[in-house]
Design a protein around this ligand. Structure first.
Ligand code: SAH
Length: 214
């Protein structure tokens, strides 16, 4: 069931070559994508497509992000080992596993109980060590911050103010900004208290970031 075969590893190598061709240059990110067994994060009906560079449906009407998108967001984070990272939108846990492979101390937050529980049990069984939280990403994790990096993996209609507060000076927030349809991948660099630099990095499509918990 939880097998990671030579065939899976071979498919993963091809996937890494594909996203490198699409423009991902950070070798540490590519290495992390190469290590995480994405097929184990997918519902059984989709396992055979696990190493296609596509998003797929998971439970609770959500999706596991496209590997290229995961790599793009991770590259934009400019992550260093031991960085403290908050991820908003645990979903399948795939992106969180990539962050752990990069050597980060990961705090991941999910508003849907079912997904929170599933990701926690799956990543535990794969021996990934990180912190799981059931809650609302708009609130962040004030008692665990501040963070070196914050990554939002759902479409945010506006920049969540509380997350800017939970970012260290020198920190980075990466989020798909916009409503339904498509969003602009946005990088916010916190230079100091109240001093932010924003840049845009192309169009992507995410499921919406919703308030509250389910
Ligand atoms: N990072 C995930 C992608 C998940 S899709 C992966 O690698 O599989 C986006 C996720 O964000 C969904 O699971 C959705 O339930 C969650 N989400 C949406 N709004 C949220 C919020 N306000 N707080 C926390 N999680 C949220």
């Amino acid at each position: 069931m939880m097998e990671d075969s030579f065939q899976h590893k071979g498919l993963r190598k091809k996937l890494v070559d594909e996203i490198r061709r699409k423009g991902i240059t950070d070798e540490k990110v590519l290495e992390a994508i190469h290590k995480v067994p994405r097929h184990l994060f997918m519902d059984s009906g989709f396992i055979k497509f696990a190493y296609r560079d596509q998003a797929f449906p998971i439970r609770a009407g959500q999706t596991i992000s496209q590997p290229y998108t995961v790599a793009f967001q991770t590259q934009l984070l400019d992550l260093h080992p031991r960085h403290k990272v908050l991820e908003v939108g645990t979903g399948s846990g795939y992106q969180a596993a990539v962050l752990v492979e990069m050597g980060a101390a990961v705090y991941t937050l999910e508003r849907q109980k079912e997904l929170y529980l599933m990701a926690q049990s799956l990543l535990g069984s794969l021996n990934y060590r990180l912190h799981f939280f059931y809650g609302d990403g708009y609130q962040g994790l004030p008692t665990y911050g501040p963070f070196d990096r914050i990554l939002i993996t759902a479409a945010a209609p506006e920049i969540p103010e509380k997350l800017l507060e939970q970012l260290k000076p020198g920190g980075r927030l990466v989020l798909p900004l916009g409503g339904s349809g498509s969003q602009v991948m946005t990088l916010i660099e916190k230079k100091g208290e109240g001093d932010f630099v924003r840049s845009d990095h192309g169009l992507f499509v995410f499921v919406p970031m919703l308030g509250g918990k389910e």
